[in-house]
Design a protein around this ligand. Structure first.
Ligand SMILES: Cc1ncc(COP(=O)(O)O)c(C=O)c1O
Length: 389
């Protein structure tokens, strides 16, 4: 973890998270020890040829200046058409879609648009590690509610107990990082029951919406007419087209919500890099590659079949996302952070300790593997893990 640099300028902390984000820490440790990096959630394989060609073309053909603040109209229209064909929902490309520099930015911007100091936000934990700092940067208070291991379902009574007159929002993530759990239609109905009659806003982080396995499907908040009226839905092209380094995503929200969102966005980023928007506008709807969920399911299955020859415990296969949770109780009694460091340094495989996804660093002795990797990367990682016994 990062040491605080003392300065006479004394910058007061804007949030409670100390040090550098775990993803940067573990990736740096992996590089330092030449470990196979199954920690941070990014694919290590080539992207679709058509998409990279379109990006080059966009730059060569002169699409290099500022795009309109809400995003290129062609991209927003392509997103709307894509959601119509996949979910059957009507989205107004002008009034309801804003292209953003990634989903993390969109989450921060949505929080900033709606939160006032002292507001409370319910966060289901384990949670993607930007949520709580983003809430706190706005002077608001995160109210964590634990999901129930090992299936990581929502305990709705706990959610109800966490709601107070100061609750302004709840943030949902399905498919879920780090657990790979997915929400059913009934989960959304339960949420609707909880928020009905309140002014609670829903942030639905659906960045892994296209990564659902075993013939199941993602239920989007946009398909729930009652919840859609009070929701920001947040997406990332990074997770759909294996382009996490492009940092491009979008926010879909009702017109009044989108207006509030853009009030912040226009003064923070204003717009998003044009060649990427152009390439994605051309690519969406003309994508002939194997669907990403089939590619990732095959990787998950391959990884799980290899892991059988190691002492890790798999409580259940990931239902979606890039991630597989595993227990290491048959290997070590170390706290998960120490175990993950040891595994990186001594065995040469980097993972993420699940305690990093809890505000109070709750340690259930679980680690998260990212299986969005080439087969040879997964093979090499597990050949190292087999040394564990
Ligand atoms: C749950 C979740 N939300 C958001 C993001 C970030 O998406 P982006 O790279 O588009 O900012 C991630 C990335 O790992 C994620 O796991």
């Amino acid at each position: 973890m990062e040491n605080t640099i003392i300065s006479p300028f004394e910058f007061a902390a804007k949030h409670s998270a100390t040090g550098t984000t775990i993803f940067a820490v573990m990736s740096a440790l992996a590089a330092q020890h030449n470990a196979i990096n199954l920690s941070q959630g990014f694919p290590d394989f080539h992207i679709d040829e058509q998409l990279s060609r379109l990006l080059g073309e966009a730059a060569r053909e002169g699409h290099n200046q500022y795009a309109p603040m809400p995003g290129l109209p062609a991209l927003r229209q392509a997103i709307a058409a894509n959601f119509k064909s996949r979910y059957g929902v009507d989205i107004d490309a002008d009034k309801e879609i804003t292209v953003t520099p990634g989903a993390t930015y969109a989450i921060y911007t949505a929080f900033t648009a709606i939160l006032q100091p002292g507001d409370e936000v319910v966060v289901l934990e384990p949670a993607y590690d930007s949520y709580i700092p983003n809430i706190e940067m706005n002077g608001a208070i995160a109210v964590p509610v634990s999901l129930s291991a090992p299936g990581f379902e929502v305990d709705w009574n706990k959610v109800k107990d966490a709601i107070t007159p100061r609750t302004r929002a709840i943030i949902i993530n399905t498919p879920h990082n780090p657990t790979g759990a997915i929400w059913s239609k009934e989960d959304w109905d339960q949420l609707a029951d909880v928020v009905r009659g309140t002014k609670i806003v829903v942030l639905a982080d659906e960045v892994y919406e296209q990564l659902v396995f075993d013939g199941q499907r993602h239920y989007s908040v946009l398909e729930h007419p009652e919840l859609r009226e009070r929701s920001f839905a947040l997406y990332s092209f990074g997770k759909v087209f294996n382009i996490t380094g492009w940092k491009i995503g979008y926010c879909i929200a009702p017109p009044a919500f989108t207006q509030a969102f853009r009030r912040i966005h226009q003064f923070v980023s204003f717009t998003v890099n044009t060649p990427a928007q152009y390439a994605l506008a051309m690519h969406l709807g003309n994508d002939t590659a194997t669907p990403v969920h089939l590619v990732m399911q095959q990787k998950r299955d391959h990884f799980l079949s290899l892991l059988k020859d190691t002492p890790f415990t798999i409580f259940q296969p990931a239902k979606g996302s890039y991630f597989q949770i595993a227990g290491y109780e048959r290997i070590s009694g170390l706290p998960d952070m120490e175990f993950a460091e040891w595994l990186t340094k001594e065995i040469g495989v980097a993972t993420i300790p699940v305690s990093a996804f809890y505000k109070n660093k709750k340690d259930d002795k679980l680690i998260r593997f990212c299986f969005a990797k080439k087969e040879e990367t997964l093979n090499e990682a597990v050949s190292r893990l087999k040394k564990l016994g």
